[in-house]
Design a protein around this ligand. Sequence first.
Ligand SMILES: [Zn+2]
Length: 398
Amino acid sequence: MASQSKVALKNLRIWNGIDDAIDSGVDTVMFENGDLTFVGSSEDLLKESVSVARDMGGLYMIPGLIDAHVHLCLDPHIKNPLEQGKLTDGEQFQKIADRARAMLAAGITSARDLGGGRWLELKIRDRIRRGELVGPRLLCAGQPITTPSGHCHFWGGEASDSADAIKVLTRQLDHGVDLIKVMATGGNITPGSKPVDAQFDQETLSIIVGEAHKQGLRVAAHCHGTAGISNAAAAGISTIEHCSWVGRDGWAKGFDPEVLASITSQGIWVSPTINSGWKRFMGSNEYADLLGQNYARMREGGVKLIASTDAGIPNVLHHDLPAALPVFAKIAGLKVIETLRSATSDCAEAIGLGGISGQISEGYSADFVLFEEDPTSNLELLVKPVQVYKQGKPALAV
Ligand SMILES: [Zn+2]
């Protein structure tokens, strides 16, 4: 007898997360125990034993979306970061659980959480893993390493030198983080912190990266100013967050081709945290022009971009990614398929989920989103999923 867990979905139009277009010869997937065991044509599937087969009526399927930069602990409706986190652990836990549920319903099946103060998002991560809560697969950084009074110091990761930084790192390890986050420059949301300024020198960052690698963890670096981007790239971090090229003359005015060459030659990924609110930067003004120029130079230099939103910062909802992707495409000058790869297969590879999610291929987790219309022809359609599957389980009520 066929196992009841072998579910086949037929009559689909599938974009696999990699190819330049939908392959018309592939219309069927099958999964078992949460993993894809067959991706191919329905004729070939006849040879397999299937317990449940559903006709999907020609729906479009793409891999589940991945957001490389979110903060589950932040309430996007609160402007002042010092006003954040005043809830009890129990209240905050419930808020994070609600945000995680909304993310999955929007088609985000994996996300990387780049910082919080109380490790509550790690508890949510574990409960999602155990099937007790509904939400994306989460990778969590815990408390970012920062300087005394530096960017997001209120999360508790302050370190005045490399010995201190290793202590903060070890504390994150003790809490079971998946990666390390370091604040290589100041940031916007922290009073007294300047985005243009580097917070750590290259040597300190290299020590942090060396220790993280020894523990088998990647490092994501928050970088607005060019000096900090340069330090982080030289230290060999895995992903540069924001990469705003802030110079002494202002935002986006510090582009440096040598720093870009250092990024690209090492294969470092750039995660520019472009959310749907960046629509305000589009159009003809000086900042829009500078952004456009910088992305053109980065693309020409062969930069590898991944999708991210910084969800949780003021006005950026946790499930913003599908609405953010068309804006990301326009600002960064990406084609539709390049944008979709940045939020699926490329993002998975960049954050350590390569081989697990981000593709509709045999052996991968059955994480995918279904649409009535073709999102590979129009990114605006991403906000209208008709169903989301994570590990073979539908997330939306049918
Ligand atoms: Zn952030």
